[in-house]
Design a protein around this ligand. Structure first.
Ligand code: FAS
Ligand code: PHB
Length: 389
């Protein structure tokens, strides 16, 4: 088989790139390790930056998002039983869209199917050959049978545990990592959200986040120990702990119910450089990971896809290689700013096991400055709604 671009990974990055390229007549094949149902079963991001929203519309998959997504003008930040509002719209003129990654991925799969895009599920043993040559190819197995696809380019959209990043030789790759000493225990419940916007809370018992998916589907997180497992937390224990970590006025309004999903996500900051090696381009979690505090994970994958899509388009349509040659540098420039914001908000809002009284005073000073200073709120808002592509 031959195609123009082999895309490894059928998560949001890979599907969005495939959909954008296909609409411009560029042929792709997506190779996905799991089933569509398994991919859709993963509960992850909830907030879309305006750049992501625009890309979804450009890919022709924005209708349900525009119809069902919530527009949020700002967010609430809470500490020590008080809270304040950061008004994104006033500070930046833009807003964010609340529309779960699960729905984004569902819309993209539906669009791929409608356009008869090639997505191969349950692949195994994906191997990238000749990425540093002018004639790369990819081999993989399905049901024990080996297949080969010759291509012009390979997009590594296979997430943190994929094969693409590992294909770049260690002599070429430089990796930067910070692992946080806590995780996020998240639940999904078919209950109305506790507030019309998100609430990020720093309490003396740890971080909590009140989010949502729609008017009757809420998403809540509490910071937890890395030694915790979801089974350590029954629903009653989760709700009781959440109520102790948010201001009383919100805790009193919290409508609880049975969890329909419960999982723990570890937190890490990670970047690999470069994001290109020959004809292989890394996108999304394959190249970088952020703690979800700043809602940047999925949204930074989107800017990677934007840069790579335009680079491939220029190459195929005009023979121009500049977009591909500048991809890694351009993508990394935005990635590192997202890494900084995610790291800074994580430090401001979480309690560290070894935190000193002085550290806690610094956190409180951070939060009070953000509460009281308009410039600080503008900087927060500009990062949260998404820096320009
Ligand atoms: P993904 O990991 O989503 O997709 C990669 C795909 O490649 C997967 O479907 C995988 O099955 C496939 N794959 C892997 N190896 C392969 C191989 N060898 N061959 C073929 N296919 C292969 N971001 C937020 O903004 N907010 C959040 O709350 C949030 N929560 C998260 C919770 C968890 C547990 C995780 C892991 C991430 C979370 N993220 C969150 C970040 C997340 O949303 C990612 O940024 C987003 O999934 C990135 O999308 P992709 O780059 O497509 O990677
Ligand atoms: C979510 O709704 O899952 C969500 C929202 C904002 C974040 C992280 C996760 O910062």
């Amino acid at each position: 088989m031959r195609t123009q671009v082999v895309i490894i990974g059928g998560g949001p990055s890979g599907l969005l790139l495939s959909q954008l390229l296909h609409r411009k007549g560029i042929d792709t094949v997506v190779l996905e390790r799991k089933t569509r149902q398994y991919v859709l079963g993963r509960i992850r991001a909830g907030i879309l930056e305006v750049g992501f929203v625009d890309l979804m519309r450009e890919a022709g998959v924005g209708a349900r998002m525009d119809n069902e997504g919530f527009i949020h003008d700002g967010t609430v930040i809470a500490f020590d039983n008080e809270d304040f509002h950061v008004d994104f719209k006033r500070h930046t003129g833009t807003t964010v869209m609340v529309y779960g990654q699960t729905e984004v991925t569902r819309d993209l799969y539906d669009a791929r199917e409608a356009m008869e895009g090639k997505v191969v599920f349950n692949v195994d043993g994906v191997t990238i050959h000749g990425a540093d040559s002018d004639a790369p190819h990819v081999t993989y197995f399905v049901d024990g049978v080996e297949h080969r696809i010759d291509c012009d380019y390979v997009a590594g959209c296979d997430g943190f545990h994929g094969v693409s990043r590992q294909t770049i030789p260690l002599s070429v790759r430089r990796e930067y990592e910070k692992v946080y000493p806590f995780g996020w225990l998240g639940i999904l419940s078919e209950t109305p959200p506790v507030h019309e916007e998100l609430i990020y809370s720093n309490s003396d018992r740890g971080f909590a986040l009140c989010s949502m998916r729609n008017a009757n589907l809420s998403r809540y997180y509490i910071q937890c120990s890395l030694s915790d497992s979801p089974d350590d937390w029954d629903d009653a224990g989760f709700w009781e702990e959440l109520k102790r970590r948010i201001p009383e006025e919100h805790a009193d309004n919290l409508i609880t119910g049975p969890s329909i999903e419960k999982s723990i996500a570890p937190l890490r900051s990670f970047v690999t450089e470069p994001m290109r090696w020959g004809r292989l381009f890394l996108c999304g979690d394959a190249a970088h990971i952020v703690p979800p505090t700043g809602a940047k994970g999925l949204n930074t994958a989107a800017s990677d896809i934007h840069y790579l899509y335009h680079g491939l388009l220029a190459k195929y349509q005009d023979g121009e290689a500049e977009g591909l040659d500048s991809y890694s540098g351009k993508a990394l420039a935005r990635v590192w700013k997202a890494e900084r914001f995610s790291w800074a908000t994580t430090n401001m809002l979480h309690r560290y096991p070894d935190q000193s009284e002085f550290d806690i005073k610094m956190q409180r000073a951070d939060l009070e400055f953000l509460r009281d200073n308009d410039s600080a709120q503008k900087v927060f808002a500009e990062n949260y709604v998404g820096l320009p592509y």
